[in-house]
Write a protein that binds this ligand. Structure first.
Ligand code: PLP
Length: 395
C-alpha cells in the first residue's frame, strides 16, 4: 500500500486540510454511495429497503468493520446514535455492574460531553454517585476499590496527549473497576487493541478520522463475555430480542445487539460504509508511523519558523495521538488568518491552535506548505485584523 491515498478524497483545490481530527473530508466513494442509496434504495425500494437492501443488518456489519480496526472480534461492536449517547449507555451499564460502588473516575481533560453525560446520569440515578475528575496524570493513582467505573478518553482533544491504555486498564481490572475507553481521537488515528487492553467497553465516533461525514453514527464495543449480561439503560425497540414481535415488555437482544436503540441512520451508514472502503488494505502500524513522521515534520518546521507559537502537546510523539497543538494568546485570530489562506486547522479555547494529521490524505508537501503559510502570517502580523478576531459559533 502507498500513502497518502489522496485521490480517494474530495478536498477543494488549494485547501490543506489539517482538521480531519474534528471532521474528516468527503471520500469520493461516500458521495457515490449516498447518491446510489438515495436513488435506488430509499427512492426505489421505499420501505422494502429494510430487508431488500439489508438496512437493518448494517449497524452490526459496519460495527464488525470498525471492530477490525480496533482489535475487536466480530459481533462485539455495533454502530448507531451519537457518541454522547454511547458514552451514556456504556457508563449506565457499567454502574449497574458495580451496584455497591459509587465513584465514576474520569479526568479534568476529558471532552465536556463525556463529563456532562456522566453528571446527568448521576443525577438521574439519584443514588449518591460521585464523578471525580483529577488531572490526567493523577488518574492512575486515583483508581481504588471504591471506583465503579473508570471512564477516559485515550487522546486528549485539545493537546493530543495520550493516556497509557494498557497500564490504566490493568489497574482498573486489578481494582475491580469497569473500564470504559472513549476512542474518539484514536479510531483511525493510532493502533488500538481493545482485546489486548482487556477493557470492558469502548466507544467512539466515525466522523473524525474515519471520514464518514457530519452526523455519522457512533460505535460501541462491549467485551464479548459481558455483552450478553449487561443491561442496557436505553431500552429501545431495536435492541429488543425480537423487535417485530412488538412485545409490550422489553427483553434484551443477543449480545451487542442490545446496545442498539432506535432506527439507524441509513444514509449516514451508506457514507460510513464507503468511507471504510478507503481503509481496505491499510495497516494501522503504517498509518501510525506516517502520522508520526508528519507531525514531527510539522513540529520541527514550526520550531524553526514560528518560535512565538509554543508547542502545547507532548514533544515525544509516542505520548500523543495524531494531532498537535500550539498555544498563542492571539490563537483565534491566527487560525482565522490561516483558514483564510486555505490551511484549515481549528481553535480550542482559550489559546490553542490545533492541527490534525491524517496520512490517508496528507503528505509532506502539505505539511511544508502549511508551515510556510503560517510563518508568513506570523512574520507579517497578518492575523491582526478585526475580521479575524470576530468569533464564529463553531470554532
Ligand atoms: C468528538 C467527541 C465527542 C462528540 O460526541 P457527539 O455526541 O458525537 O457529538 C464526544 N466525546 C469525545 C471524547 C469526542 O472527542
Amino acid at each position: 500500500m502507498s500513502l497518502p491515498r489522496r485521490d480517494l478524497f474530495e478536498i477543494p483545490e488549494g485547501v490543506i486540510y489539517l482538521d480531519g481530527n474534528s471532521l474528516g473530508p468527503l471520500p469520493k466513494a461516500a458521495r457515490a454511495a449516498m447518491d446510489r442509496v438515495v436513488a435506488e434504495e430509499w427512492g426505489g425500494m421505499l420501505i422494502r429497503g429494510w430487508n431488500a437492501a439489508g438496512w437493518m443488518a448494517q449497524p452490526a456489519r459496519l460495527g464488525d468493520r470498525i471492530g477490525r480496526m480496533i482489535g475487536a472480534p466480530a459481533g462485539s461492536v455495533v454502530v448507531g446514535d451519537t457518541l454522547s449517547i454511547k458514552v451514556y449507555q456504556a457508563l449506565a451499564s457499567a454502574l449497574e455492574m458495580r451496584p455497591d460502588r459509587r465513584v465514576i473516575l474520569s479526568d479534568s481533560g476529558n471532552f465536556p460531553t463525556d463529563l456532562y453525560m456522566a453528571e446527568g446520569l448521576v443525577r438521574t440515578l439519584g443514588r449518591g454517585h460521585e464523578l471525580r475528575t483529577p488531572a490526567p496524570e493523577d488518574v492512575l493513582g486515583a483508581i481504588d476499590g471504591t471506583v465503579a467505573a473508570v471512564m477516559l478518553t485515550e487522546v486528549d482533544y485539545r493537546t493530543g496527549r495520550r493516556h497509557d491504555v494498557a497500564a490504566l486498564s490493568a489497574r482498573a481490572a486489578e481494582a475491580g473497576a469497569v473500564m470504559i475507553w472513549d476512542l474518539a481521537h484514536s479510531a483511525g488515528a493510532i493502533e488500538v487493541d481493545v482485546t489486548a487492553s482487556g477493557c470492558d467497553f469502548a466507544v467512539g465516533c466515525t466522523y473524525k478520522y474515519l471520514n464518514a461525514g457530519p452526523g455519522a453514527p457512533a460505535f460501541i464495543y462491549v467485551r464479548p463475555d459481558l455483552a450478553g449480561r449487561v443491561r442496557p439503560a436505553l431500552q429501545g425497540w431495536l435492541g429488543h430480542a425480537a423487535p417485530f414481535d412488538f412485545d409490550p415488555g422489553y427483553r434484551a437482544g443477543a449480545g451487542i445487539e442490545r446496545m442498539r436503540v432506535g432506527t439507524p441512520p441509513v444514509l449516514q451508514m451508506a457514507a460510513l460504509g464507503a468511507a471504510l472502503d478507503a481503509w481496505e488494505g491499510v495497516d494501522m502500524a503504517e498509518i501510525r508511523a506516517a502520522s508520526i513522521a508528519l507531525s514531527e515534520r510539522f513540529v520541527a518546521g514550526m520550531r524553526a519558523a514560528c518560535p512565538d507559537l509554543r508547542l502545547a502537546s507532548p514533544a515525544d510523539p509516542a505520548l500523543r495521538g495524531s494531532q498537535v497543538s500550539f498555544a498563542h494568546p492571539e490563537g483565534y485570530a491566527i487560525m482565522q488568518a490561516l483558514i483564510g489562506r486555505g490551511v484549515i486547522g481549528d481553535f480550542r479555547a482559550p489559546d490553542l491552535l490545533r492541527f490534525g494529521f491524517a496520512p490517508l490524505y496528507l503528505g509532506t508537501e502539505e505539511i511544508d506548505r502549511a508551515v510556510d503559510v503560517l510563518a508568513g502570517i506570523m512574520r507579517d502580523g497578518l492575523w491582526d485584523r478585526p475580521a479575524y478576531r470576530a468569533r464564529a459559533a463553531v470554532t
